[in-house]
Design a protein around this ligand. Sequence first.
Ligand SMILES: C[S@@+](CC[C@H](N)C(=O)[O-])C[C@H]1O[C@@H](n2cnc3c(N)ncnc32)[C@H](O)[C@@H]1O
Length: 250
Amino acid sequence: MLTRSVSQETVLAHFTARAPTYDASSHWCTDVALLDQIWECCGAGPESLVLDVAVGTGLVAGRFFGRVGRLVGLDLTPAMSRPGRRKVDAMVSGQAEGLPFRDDLFDVVVERQGIQFMDAARSVKEMVRVAKPGGRVCLVQLCAYGYFDRDDYFEILRLRNPARRNFFLREDLQNLLKDAGCGTVTSLDFVSVEDVDRWSDNGAIGDGPREEIRAVYRRADPRFLKLHGVELHDGRFVDHMLFCILVGVK
Ligand SMILES: C[S@@+](CC[C@H](N)C(=O)[O-])C[C@H]1O[C@@H](n2cnc3c(N)ncnc32)[C@H](O)[C@@H]1O
């Protein structure tokens, strides 16, 4: 896992600025195919008690709402979770590093694109702690394909989101779940095709970092370009971004 130091104030400020346009800020955000994969992997049903950690505006929660017994969302940033309230049965304001729930409570705990802003080891331990024995903990993260793209990609992601603290390989996520006490861990890959200019126009960064992102793509290692299937259409880069869906059973 690559990691850097970022304050929680930076995270809050970033997502407060981004909240109004968050849902439109990437193709993957609202991609029904990805949301359906997450639903399938979690194995939730009409009786399940589900927790969505870093629920944000409720895009993942919206896929679960009304299909499970009870759905709880938790997030740090009020501007993000305010619109998410309509997509959960209960919304809690708090930090994933110290979940305000008792041990062994939830059938399913899910997070998408949250632990890159957190103390990942502490947060995943908390997610596993509040899951029932036999319950599932699902992590959904944008990952590097391998060691050849990891450093350039972390740079791109840091430029796009200065609040990013961590960056993962698939095996980092596996280890986080195993170290937190999950017995079996399975993984599934999902590739999202993103127009980089649309993706970098997230409402929280200016033209300078967006131009720097294009520059990293221009000078990237040929192995990076190959792994990401990078294409240039009318002067715009298109990237095939890898999402890993990891499911641990407690
Ligand atoms: C990229 S958004 C993901 C939102 C949602 N899970 C989704 O997939 O659309 C990241 C979310 O993580 C939240 N977050 C960041 N650090 C957090 C922490 N330590 N505890 C709880 N939530 C946190 C942010 O407020 C933000 O809403």
